[in-house]
Design a protein around this ligand. Structure first.
Ligand code: ZN
Length: 122
């Protein structure tokens, strides 16, 4: 692939991502399924999978899971998440490493609490 084609492809992908994000943000999240560990939400064209908030979590873990859920559903977080949209329209957020909702911190808090928190939304 030459440079111009690569740039065209990248620009096209960026346009698709931007239009998908616009559609996602314009829609309201709607809970479509859940089990003990995770909930599945639809928001516009996106499927969002978030960890279930359990009553028996200690406060720090509960707060982290809450932040994670809010960020996943709203695609926003105080840490300034990076939102990625795949070719298939799947949206995922990546938190700053020191954010309580990041993979790293959430895993550590869960381990300390002897709990397992399923993180499936990237
Ligand atoms: Zn965050």
């Amino acid at each position: 692939m030459n440079g111009r084609k690569a740039r065209q492809r990248a620009a096209e992908h960026r346009r698709k991502v931007e239009s998908a994000l616009k559609e996602i943000r314009a829609a309201q999240p709607r809970l479509v399924a859940q089990n003990d560990d995770v909930e599945m939400w639809h928001r516009g064209p996106a499927v969002l999978v978030v960890p279930v908030l359990r009553d028996d979590y200690p406060p720090e873990l509960k707060a982290a899971v809450q932040t994670r859920r809010r960020a996943s559903l709203e695609l926003e977080c105080p840490c300034g998440v990076e939102v990625r949209v795949t070719e298939g329209g799947q949206a995922a957020v990546r938190h700053a490493v020191d954010c309580p909702a990041s993979d790293e911190v959430l895993s550590r808090l869960a381990a300390e609490a002897g709990q397992e928190v399923r993180r499936v939304d990237g």
